[in-house]
Structure formats: C-alpha cells, structure tokens
Unconditional design. Structure first.
Length: 540
C-alpha cells in the first residue's frame, strides 16, 4: 500500500488564524483526502509554533502566562480546523515534551559532530519577525519584510554550519527536479545557495521563551531548528530508535508552505536532515499569498479575513472550493467577497446545482426515481471514467488544483450543454429510451464530478452521491474510487428527490433573474437557509 505524508507549516500561535492559514491547511486536506480516496495510507500533520519572543510578547500583551495564552490560541486553531472539515491525523505543538526532548537531543548531536558550533552573532534583528538581517539586507534601519525598525544585537550564539553543505544542496536540487516546487520558484533558491551560504545563528541568549540547549541552558534554540524539526518529532523520530510512524511515513511526500518561508524549508531543513543522516522530503511546494481587495492582509489595516465569517455566509464547501479554484496554486491571489460570490453563483449554483437538479427532477418525474445506469453510451464523456479520473489525478499530483477543478467544471458545463441540445424533458414524450440514455450520461458526469470534487467539498458531494442512488458513503467506497477502478456499480439506482440543490427554484422564487432556460420544471422545495451545504444563488 502506498503511503503519503503531508504537512502544513506549524503556524505561529501569536494570533488567531485567518484565511491565509486556512488556505494552506485546506490545500493539504484536499490532497490527504484524495489520497485516502485512492486507498493510500495517509498521515496529515499540522500544528503550532509556540516559542520565541513574538509569542512571549503576545502573551504579555494579553496579560497571560505564555502557557495560558497558548491554550487559548490553540483552541481557536483546532476549532477552525474542525469547522473547515480538516482531517488531520495529528496536531503538534512545539511546547510538547515529545518535541522538546528530541530537539534538545538533535542539538547536542549536532554540536558533537561539529555541525553546530559556538560563535558570536552580530547583526540586525527584527523582533516581531524573529529574523536576523545582514547589513546589506536592511534599508534605513527597517526590516525588509515587515518594514518595522530592526535592533542591533551582539551576543554569543550557536551556529549551524550551512556553508559546509552548499555543494550537497546544489547536487540534490539538480538530481531531484521535483524537490523545489513549483519549478518556477526553484531558480531563486538555487541562486541563493550559489551565492554562498552563511552559517546560521541557531540559538539566542536573549529569548527566554524557548527550548534550552542542554549543555548550555542560558541559550535557547533559535526558532527555525525548533520549528522545522516538528515534521519528524511528530512522527516519533528519535536519534537512537524512531517509532513506527517515522519508519512508515518518513520522508514526507510534500511539505506545503507559503512562499515567504520557502527558503527555510528549501535550504535550512535539508541541511539539518543531511546532518542527521536522514532522507530529504520528496517535495517542498511554496504557494502564493492572498491579498484582500488588493491589499496585504494585516491587523493594522484591519482587513484580516476571518474564515468563520466567510463560512457563515457561503458554507464550508464553497469556501474550500473558492480558495483552490480562484488562482493557480503557487501564484498570488486576491480575496474578495465579490469574486467569491461570482464563482459561487456561476459555478456551484448554476452549473453544478443546475445539472444535479435537472437529473434528479427528471428521473423522479418520469422514471419514478429509478434509473438503470448500466447502459452508458459514453456519448457525453468519450473517455472511460478511469481515464477521466486519471487525468484529474495527474493534475492533483502536480498540486494544480485549479486545473483539476477546471476539468470538473468543463465536464459539468458540457453535461448541461448536452442536456440543452438533447432536451430530455421534450424527448420524453416521443422516445422514452432516448431520454433515458441522455439522463444516464448526465448522471454519469455527475458521479464523476462528485468523486473528483469530494476532497474539495466533502459534504455536498456526499449528498450528491447519495441522491444519485449510491448507498455506500463516498469515503468508504475508497478503493473503488481509485482511477484504476472508478465506476460506481452499474445497476438500477433509486435516485433521491431533488432537495438540497435547488438554485433554479430559489432564483425563480426570489425573482432575482439570471435563471437558465430549459423548461424541465422544478418542484423542489425552497432551500433551508439553515442548511449551509446548499448552493443556492446568493446576493450580497
Ligand atoms: O511562518 N496567504 O508561521 P505563520 C497565503 N511558524 N498563505 C498565508 C498567508 C497569506 N496571506 N498568511 C499566512 C510561520 N499564510 C512559522 C512556520 S514551519 C516549520 C514554521 C500561511 O503563522 C502560509 O502557509 O506566519 C504561510 O507560510 C504560513 O501561513 C505562515 O504562518
């Protein structure tokens, strides 16, 4: 059985999560769910980064101890992941013993073997970002990332001997073209390494809220060694004898990160692993950043988008869909409710909802809700289901979520066009068999769409699946959903009445205009506003 280990960054627990954090975690969840559907053994990790001066400062500002403050933030992260239907297998906190002890042991080992040595750090330090900057990197005493003033610092520090690993890193990049993804971002890393690596300061004497270095406890481990090692400590890595999860799942298949922490994952992390004699992750993928209505998201601008608020209006599934559909994974994107509303109405309510509603209503009205789907002619989707799903799978393997979703949308649009051309609601009067075969094709397209969309929109696709007469829950039909063996069993299916998806009906009721022609009739009750899983057309 194939294994698949996927991680998100561990997020700083100095503030509540926003849509940026939701984005990475949803993307990881989609891949994890897709692999599970295919029958792979999956391990999906997220967590929080809980040391450093930023956290201590935030706790102080909240007039709480760091431990109490962290409890509150972690509870918020966990509640959001629950709300967003995130299916992680573990949640690592860097303040946990299972992490701290291993970080300490790793640090000692690296001191012993000479990869970490004691020196003097002198330079600029941005306290809020916990980042050291070289002379040439700052302008007018300001941090190049956040623009806030930097402080001059001179102190004893341990250093990680990055400089000794330049050649090995470059060789690894050259021999493993999938390590740095998307490929368009690889040159910036390669150039950076070719430019010469400086050894990295990896301990602080000024930051008390951190993991003490065992052999020199006045030093605490500087944030990146602490943070990056979470990917192995969570699996039970030990210097002497690692646990079974580590044996099974390391190396990671993909670390998902935002572009601003790519370098740490593409340079420091591989060096640490090389120093420990461990295999490197297969892929490190840096996605782009979301702005909000053209502006960088920040507390000071007051434009931080709370995922709970979006979900309240649009539902979890639509939110997940939008984030992955709107921009290619890897590019930057701009979040606006207007853009979300546009996708929601045109792609979910009109395209997908309309297709489902048409099939369910016509089958109910003309065939007493039962359709024999064994007689598919493949007129609508020429390729076999397996071929179609294999090409969707290929897009997801490249993390090209938007390409995969475009493919599904193209299928749905094609099916709606097919329905309009063949007009089964008219055909039914003269040629029942022909009308039926049109409906079978439409139902087949819907089933493919439900399968493909399931990792992205777990709830609505499950409902679609059941409405299309499939009794076994999508998730449990796992091996049958692999691209090799995808077809739902070809028997007569008892379809359910068109209920949750009724965008057209609501449009007519609401008199909002924009409805599509067709004349296939409605009959579905008005959707309940309390059901967040319906894609009823909305206005702001
Ligand atoms: O960097 N657009 O934590 P962090 C897209 N603790 N993604 C965004 C985003 C945005 N506007 N804002 C945040 C840290 N993210 C470290 C990581 S890992 C060993 C340590 C996402 O709380 C994106 O994944 O600042 C980004 O890399 C991460 O949140 C940064 O989270």
């Amino acid at each position: 059985m194939k294994t698949f280990y996927i991680t998100t960054p561990i997020y700083y627990a100095n503030d509540v999560p926003h849509i940026g954090h939701a984005y990475t975690t949803i993307a990881a969840d989609v891949l994890a769910r897709w692999r599970r559907l295919k029958g792979d053994r999956v391990y999906f990790l997220t967590g929080t980064d809980e040391h450093g001066s930023k956290i201590a400062q935030a706790a102080k500002a909240a007039e709480q101890s760091p431990a109490a403050y962290l409890e509150g933030i972690v509870a918020k992260y966990k509640a959001l992941w629950k709300r967003l239907d995130i299916t992680t297998d573990d949640y690592i906190r860097t303040t946990e013993e299972r992490h701290k002890q291993v970080v300490q042991a790793i640090f000692e080992r690296l001191i012993k073997q000479g990869d970490i040595y004691l020196g003097k750090y002198e330079g600029w330090y941005c306290v809020p970002d916990e980042t050291f900057w070289a002379e040439g990197e700052i302008t007018e005493g300001k941090c190049p990332t956040c623009g806030r003033p930097v402080e001059r610092i001179t102190e004893e520090s341990y250093f990680l001997r990055l400089s000794a690993y330049e050649k090995r890193l470059l060789d690894h990049y050259a021999q493993n073209p999938d390590f740095l993804l998307p490929r368009s971002r690889a040159p910036e890393i390669i150039q950076f390494v070719k430019g010469g690596l400086r050894d990295l300061s990896v301990s602080r004497v000024k930051v008390a809220w951190g993991i003490p270095v065992l052999s020199k406890p006045e030093h605490t481990v500087y944030v990146w060694i602490d943070a990056l090692t979470n990917y192995i400590t969570a699996l039970g890595y030990r210097l002497e004898m690692s646990g079974p999860l580590f044996q099974e799942f390391w190396p990671a298949d993909v670390h998902l990160v935002g572009k601003e922490i790519y370098r740490f994952h593409a340079v420091i992390w591989p060096v640490l692993l090389m120093a420990l004699g461990l295999p490197l992750p297969k892929r490190v993928f840096a996605h782009g950043w979301w702005t909000v209505e053209g502006e960088k998201m920040s507390k000071s601008r007051g434009n931080v988008v709370d995922p709970h608020a979006v979900v309240e209006t649009y539902g979890v599934d639509a939110f997940r869909y939008f984030l992955l559909r709107e921009v290619p994974f890897g590019s930057d994107g701009d979040f606006s409710l207007k853009a979300m509303l546009g996708r929601y109405n045109s792609e979910l309510a009109n395209a997908l909802g309309n297709l489902l509603n048409r099939v369910l209503t016509l089958v109910e009205k003309n065939f007493d809700g039962v359709l024999d789907v064994s007689a598919a002619t493949n007129e609508l989707v020429a390729s076999s289901s397996a071929e179609w799903l294999a090409s969707y799978d290929e897009a997801l393997n490249r993390l090209a979520f938007n390409e995969g979703l475009e493919k599904v949308l193209a299928l749905v649009n094609q099916a709606n066009k097919f329905a309009e051309d063949r007009a089964p609601w008219k055909l039914i009067k003269d040629d029942r068999e022909k009308a039926k075969s049109v409906l079978v094709e439409m139902a087949r397209a819907l089933k493919l769409a439900a399968l493909a969309l399931h990792p992205v929109m777990p709830t609505i696709t499950q409902e679609m699946w059941q409405q299309l007469g499939e009794p076994v829950p999508l998730g449990q039909a796992a091996p049958a959903c692999s691209p090799a063996e995808p077809s739902p069993s070809p028997q007569a299916k008892r379809f359910k009445k068109a209920r949750p998806f009724s965008p057209r009906k609501e449009l007519l009721d609401g008199g909002g205009g924009g409805g599509r022609g067709g004349g296939e009739g409605g009959g579905a009750p008005a959707p309940s506003p309390r059901n967040p899983h319906t894609f009823n057309r909305r206005t702001v």
